[in-house]
Design a protein around this ligand. Structure first.
Ligand code: SF4
Length: 96
């Protein structure tokens, strides 16, 4: 899972992919979640907002360092900000 340490409960959410069975985006057009640069992400965010595995999805994206697309209702930029905040809070720590 990369070079970062995560709390055990977070790791367990991110390591299992069983949550994908309940994903609200299952069967939907992938272009909605991986739009071209500058395209609207409103539809994807709306689908994510109603998703019951949103938290698991977001942690998975953070743990695995997903760079592209909408995960857990967050854009790439929003996830970068979240990762920075988590690093500052000590939740994610780079191994030295
Ligand atoms: S939060 Fe969004 S991207 Fe993640 S599984 Fe749910 S609908 Fe799909």
């Amino acid at each position: 899972m990369g070079e970062r340490d995560f709390p055990e409960e977070v790791l367990s959410m991110g390591q299992s992919l069983a949550w994908q069975d309940d994903a609200n985006c299952k069967g939907k057009d992938g272009d909605i979640f991986f739009p071209e640069r500058g395209a609207s992400i409103r539809l994807a965010k709306g689908i994510c907002r109603e998703c019951k595995v949103r938290e698991e999805c977001l942690w998975f994206a953070l743990i695995t360092g997903q760079k592209a697309g909408i995960w857990g209702g967050m854009s790439e930029r929003e996830r970068r900000k979240a990762r920075r905040k988590l690093h500052l809070a000590g939740t994610l720590k780079r191994k030295s």
